[in-house]
Design a protein. Structure first.
Length: 215
């Protein structure tokens, strides 16, 4: 049986060449983000953004809830996976990030699909009353379990939860890493692994992407 191959830089470059479909709006938003403090660390890789678009389309999603807007790259990718009447409700603690993102959403023709909520994400999620087809979680890791539980309650049966950074730069397997973020991600990974409310698959892509399909 074939086993997990080692992804060399050459092989990653090949995968990107044969699968990535990029454009000026996405590229320019990534470049802007990379110049911000912490931008290179927090920025989604383009292949992951494209995966989000594909997953939204595969789900037949018309509604997505996103925890963590940042500069709106993932928001844009999610919105592109929706039909024209679809909606992404995205929340962030800082108003400045969506303000940076909005011109790019407008250039991409998806600004009318995006509903920005500013505030504490747990409180924002608690205030939502509608049901969503998909959720994307990419915010402060120490509260990942709270975000997971809140989004699981909001997503319909058969809906998809996507969690970013679930390998956390490899720290999840480092016994010496006991900081709050790493501990929280480890705890959530173990919870999801045993959670009979979902079907789960962890993709060893980017910084670890967990897919959890609600039963």
């Amino acid at each position: 049986m074939a086993n997990q191959i080692i992804m060399t830089d050459e092989l990653l470059g090949y995968v990107s060449r044969i699968s990535l479909r990029d454009d000026d709006v996405l590229r320019e938003l990534r470049e802007l983000t990379a110049d911000l403090p912490g931008g290179k660390t927090m920025q989604l890789m383009p292949e992951e953004g494209q995966l989000l678009t594909l997953l939204a389309r595969l789900c037949g999603a018309t509604s997505v809830v996103e925890v963590g807007t940042f500069t709106g790259y993932s928001t844009l990718c999610l919105a592109r996976g929706l039909p024209p009447h679809g909606r992404v409700v995205t929340c962030d603690i800082f108003r400045k990030w969506p303000e940076i993102a909005r011109p790019y959403w407008e250039r991409a023709g998806v600004a009318d699909r995006i509903d920005v909520r500013i505030g504490n994400a747990v409180e924002v999620l608690a205030g939502l009353t509608e049901t969503f087809d998909m959720a994307f979680i990419d915010a402060d890791k120490a509260r990942y379990r709270e975000y997971y539980e809140a989004c699981l309650a909001l997503v319909r049966p058969g809906g998809l939860l996507v969690l970013d950074n679930t390998l956390l730069f490899g720290r999840v397997v480092d016994p010496a890493a006991d900081d709050p973020d790493t501990s929280a991600v480890r705890e959530l990974n173990e919870l999801i692994a045993a959670d009979d409310r979902v079907l789960v698959s962890v993709l060893p892509m980017a910084d670890g992407i967990t897919l959890a399909l609600k039963n």
